[in-house]
Every structure is written in structure tokens, then in C-alpha cells.
Design a protein around this ligand. Sequence first.
Ligand code: MTE
Length: 321
Amino acid sequence: MRVKISKDWELPESSVTPESDYLSRRQVVKALGLAAASPLLLPSLADAATQGFPTKLNKKYLAPEGRKLTNPRLVISYNNFYEFSTQKDEPRILANRGWKTEPWTLEVGGLVENPLKLDVNALCKEMGLEMRIYRFRCVEAWSMVIPWDGFPLHKLIKKAKPTSKAKFVKFTTFMDKKAGPGFENYPYYNWPYTEGLRMDEAMHELSFLAVGIYGRPMPNQNGAPIRLVVPWKYGFKSIKSIVKIEFTDKQPNTLWNAAAPKEYGFYSNVNPEVPHPRWSQARERVIGAGVLADRIPTLPFNGYEKEVAPLYEGMDLKKHF
Ligand code: MTE
């Protein structure tokens, strides 16, 4: 079935009026082409009432000046989800062949006063959802602009009450060999997929747990039902389909850092001045801009320098890349 998507994805800052929350959300919904959207495109809102959808756009986090929202059809069909496939167009198919992402339990533990086992739908209801538009920059030098639905990670951290010994947060993805062919097809990766943040990075207002995109529940291929989004870091830090969050006193091992430490540092802050050993990070290809479009310059911290640079004061970011 062909899905009709309306023409343009631009949501410029200037479009925000005093009724911006409402209007901007309307624009996103309109952009989504709700009336025409097939369930194949994005999960339906009818399935999501228990999670607290529909969401309201938080106008502090809008599309960057001059950038368009990425067409959702591309967001859901150009994916990195190695548990399913290393081919960009395959997670959309393979993650929707009977893999169940509801109900889903998220465990929060380690160095905390209040260890938790949470049903993700109930957690969404409790935390309250909002929409934020963030730039998304993959280490492979492509980028998108995506409206995410979810809540700031610090809200969950406060609920778990980490002890003063907690210095890092470790995230772990599901591991079900029956669901994901990637576990057996790529045995050289250190499964399950893990990621980590320093405690102050995790507590930063921008660090977000997303349970949806474009005002709809998260499609499986984008990391249903709950994933991390850290917009100033390369996309691989934004771990999908999280089952466990642990607070530790040591810097956690992560899948990519273990696989190629010289290519994928623990910090992996977007930095146009630190090339990947095999390619430059100075510019990025905007997904959806067309094959003939010029690459645009990559910004330090992916455009979030003002907000996050203080986290790294005094650190040599070329050494701690
Ligand atoms: N999380 C898990 N569990 N598995 C993955 O393969 N890929 C990462 C990140 N999170 C990945 C993951 C990479 S490399 C990127 S660029 C983003 O997810 C891609 O997210 P998207 O497919 O929603 O665009």
C-alpha cells in the first residue's frame, strides 16, 4: 500500500506562536499525514492511550533554524539496529516479524537506594510524556531531525535515588536470539548491546528516554518500547530497546567501545575536529535532502555546545573522544 505523506517537514522556530504547544504539535501531526498514515508506517495512537499519548511539544526544543524535520518514512526505514541486521532497510522488516515489545519490563538497579522493576506503559503514565525535536547525528556522518516523545532521563534517575558512589550509568538492550537474527549472524559483537554515560551527562536536561516518534508509539525498528536519545553524542550512544539501567562506580564497557576502541570512544561527543580514523566528521549528509545535496557542516556537540560544553570543562576532547 502506498502511504501519502504531506509535502514538507519544516517546523521553523518562527512558526511558533503563543499557542505554540498546540499549533506546533498540530503541525507535526499534520506533517505525519495522520489521516493517510497506514499502521505499517507508525503504530497507531489507539494502542497508546495507556502510555500517555498524545504528547505536547516542549517549545524549548524545536527544529534547528533552517533545518527540516526528516520525513518519518525515512526515519522508520533507514535504521541501525544490529540485533536484527546491519543493512539499513532490514530492521523495519525483521523487527516486525513477531517480536513483542509490549508488555516490557525495565529494571533499574546497581548503586541505588530504590531498585525498580517497571512496566514501561505504567512508567510513561507516571512520568508524563512530552515531544522534543532534536538533531540526530550518526557516527557514519549522516543526520536527521526527529520529534521524539518521552521524558527526561533525570526523572527516572531521581526515582531510583542513586547513592553517592554512583558515577556512571550503564544501559543494556534486550537479548532474545529467537527475535533478533543479528545475535547469531554477527557473533563477533559483545552482545547484548550496552552503552554508558557519566552521571552528570545522564542527569543533563537534554538526555531523554524516548517511547515514541512523531507523536506515535516507538516503532520496533527505532527501539521500542523505550530507548535513550543523547543528542550531542553520536547516534550509537542512543541505545535502543532498553531492559536494564544500572548505576556503577566504574566506567562501563560498551559494545562499540569494546569492538573498536580507537574508532568509538566512550564519550563520542559529536566533534567536527576529531575525524573517525576512516572518514572525516567535518560534514554530514542530511537524510532526505537528496543525493545531489551538499553535505552540511557538522556543529560541535551537534549544535548543543552552549548547553553541554560545561560538562567537559578542562577535559582534552581530542584525547577523551
Ligand atoms: N541500539 C541497539 N540496541 N542496537 C543498535 O544496533 N544502533 C545505534 C543506535 N542504538 C543500535 C542502537 C546507532 S549506530 C544509531 S545511528 C541509532 O541507534 C539509530 O537509530 P535509528 O535507527 O532509530 O535511526
